[in-house]
Design a protein around this ligand. Structure first.
Ligand code: ZN
Length: 241
């Protein structure tokens, strides 16, 4: 059974459209969205509408909650704040209500999977899991075999061996018996690992693969300019940083 995991779409409908096309070719039976549908990009309503139709489970990200006043944005940098204020001003009432209802996490018991945007340890703190120490601090906070996350915009498959050793893989990994995993699926709409192509994860039983998909970055940037979004946010899409 193929399962697709996407995160951090951030209002980028061109990236989302290209990823969904690829997911259809993957013949994924289910699509899970792990937070931050909105924020940064120019098409928040379109991205919510598309995922309402296509995603089987959607959990909340910090930008989703921030856009509806449900999380504190004092920690956001000025660019993120400006984008959240713009997003709030264009979101439909229906989509605001939809974001407010999103759960912080979702457990798929029969597959042994947990979905949570930032960290299983304390989902509302929006902590980053980027190194072995941070991963180690999180494995005891979920009982499923694998926890799928986003938030860092940098894909990573973090493996905990039965002996307690932590291994990192960037592009894909076998899913081994007796091992446990934290899988950061990367970002569809604003990758930050130096590769500007949209990222998502495809799970197919024994393995997980991080897939990359080119999309029309110039069109997204044009729309962002027309919306008056900060130029730093526009330029970073070209470099994937
Ligand atoms: Zn994000």
């Amino acid at each position: 059974m193929n399962l697709a995991f996407i995160s951090d779409v951030h209002g980028n409908i061109e990236a989302l459209g290209s990823v969904m096309e690829e997911i259809r070719k993957d013949k994924a039976e289910k699509i899970f969205s792990i937070g931050d549908i909105v924020g940064y990009g120019p098409n928040p309503n379109e991205c919510i509408n598309a995922l309402k139709d296509d995603a089987d489970i959607i959990v909340a990200g910090n930008h989703d909650y921030a856009a509806v006043g449900m999380t504190d944005i004092t920690d956001f940098n000025d660019y993120a704040k400006a984008a959240i204020q713009w997003t709030e001003s264009v979101l439909s009432e229906e989509n605001k209500a939809f974001l407010k209802e999103l759960p912080l996490s979702s457990s798929i018991k029969k597959s042994g999977m947990l979905l949570v945007h930032a960290s299983p340890k304390d989902p509302l703190e929006w902590e980053y899991v980027t190194n072995a120490g941070e991963a180690d601090a999180n494995f005891s906070f979920f009982s499923e075999k694998a926890c799928f996350i986003g938030h860092t915009h940098t894909p990573a498959i973090i493996e905990l061996s039965p002996e307690g050793k932590i291994n990192f893989f960037r592009n894909g990994s076998e899913i081994k018996d007796g091992h446990r995993y934290i899988i950061d699926v990367g970002s569809v709409g604003q990758p930050r690992d130096g590769n500007p192509e949209a990222a998502y994860a495809l799970y197919s039983g024994g393995a997980v693969e991080i897939k990359r998909v080119p999309y029309d970055i110039l069109l997204t940037q044009k729309k962002m300019r027309e919306a008056g979004l900060p130029s730093y946010l526009i330029e970073r899409l070209s470099e994937g940083r």
